[in-house]
Design a protein around this ligand. Structure first.
Ligand code: NDP
Length: 312
């Protein structure tokens, strides 16, 4: 059987570049959208050229040119979007409406994976302002996909390791704290951490799989389902240094966003749902979902102890 042709939209992004690499590694003919808006962004262009050198084909189209986008989509069997959606970088989830329109018109796409890769937005109808915009926008894209009858898979990848684990779940830093660590409540809520390259691998594995068709694929690597206390203990063991723990009650944590910028406020509300409420682990996966490590047991996922060793 011929490998599905994969078009990656948002291919130079933090997640997108990993999707491109995983698609190439799995042997798929891989197309990467190159937008004329790349302009003078030399880093972006050079990354695209490096994909080309690795065997990808660059397909030129702008999201603002419907006909061009339809022509790009028509060359692929599968479209994976990794459009930006984190306020600390940029949030453009809604732009995917243009992609949905193009996929609808092209009519040939066997699977669309929209940009999600986090908490399942369908479980976040109660989410706090202002962070709920992330989930609301992703749900709006889901509705457009389903109304257009586009075959799809939604990927719920939980916490990107680099954003949440080596910093011991602290906000506003990506590196381990040296003296003190802020602990959310009692620190005993289970959270799920996933290496970003593993997210890309599982995503690409799912694209031709009938078991993930029109379902949500949750990525829950058993050994990476950890409490914040467990993450801290792992780091203390690796570094040989005990940190001072400062426990923060939920109301105090939420109040900390007052007067701060939007990106921080969005972050605080997301952290609240993950670390106080336990929204990543407080439900069982139902018939409308499947779990990636069970679907693809041969993938050797990265354990967080190993991941954090890079930061020693
Ligand atoms: P990035 O910020 O890296 O951006 C990805 C791509 O979006 C860019 O490379 C660009 O594509 C495209 N893009 C951005 N702005 C525009 C625009 N105005 N017009 C057209 N294209 C644009 O995204 P991330 O990798 O951080 O996020 C991808 C997904 O992962 C999102 O859904 C996000 O919510 C999720 N996420 C999840 C996290 C978690 O912990 N679970 C953490 C962070 C993100 P191009 O390559 O064509 O230039």
């Amino acid at each position: 059987m011929e490998e599905s042709r994969v078009l990656v939209v948002g291919g130079t992004g933090y997640m997108g570049r990993r999707i491109v690499r995983a698609s190439l590694a799995e042997g798929h003919p891989t197309l990467v959208l190159i937008r004329p808006e790349v302009g003078l962004d030399i880093d972006k262009l050079q990354m695209l050229l490096s994909f080309k050198a690795q065997g990808a084909r660059l397909v030129e189209a702008s999201l603002d040119d419907h006909a061009g986008l339809v022509a790009a989509v028509a060359q692929a069997d599968v479209v994976v979007s990794a459009m930006s959606g984190a306020h600390n970088r940029s949030h453009n989830i809604h732009l995917q409406h243009k992609l949905v329109e193009a996929i609808k018109e092209a009519g040939n796409v066997k699977r669309f994976i929209p940009s999600e890769f986090g908490v399942d937005p369908s479980r976040m109808r109660h989410a706090l302002e202002p962070g709920r915009v992330t989930f609301d926008d992703k749900m709006e894209i889901r509705r457009a996909i389903e109304v257009a009858n586009i075959p799809h898979t939604y990927v719920s990848a939980n916490c990107f390791a680099a954003y949440f684990c080596p910093n011991l779940c602290q906000m506003r830093t990506l590196v381990p704290p040296k003296e003190k660590v802020q602990v959310y409540g009692d620190g005993n809520v289970k959270v799920i951490f996933v290496d970003e390259d593993d997210i890309a691998t599982y995503t690409i594995k799912s694209i031709d799989d009938p078991r993930t068709l029109n379902k949500t694929m949750y990525i829950r690597p058993q050994e990476n389902i950890l409490t914040q206390n467990e993450v801290i203990a792992k780091w203390e063991k690796l570094s040989g240094k005990i940190l001072e723990k400062v426990h923060v009650p939920a109301d105090e944590f939420l109040a900390s966003m007052e007067g701060t910028d939007l990106a921080n406020q969005v972050g605080v509300t997301h952290y609240y749902h993950f670390f106080y409420e336990g929204c990543l682990t407080n439900f069982e996966i139902g018939d409308d979902g499947a779990e990636a490590t069970l679907l693809y047991p041969k993938v050797q996922y990265t354990r967080m102890d190993d991941y954090m060793k890079m930061y020693l």
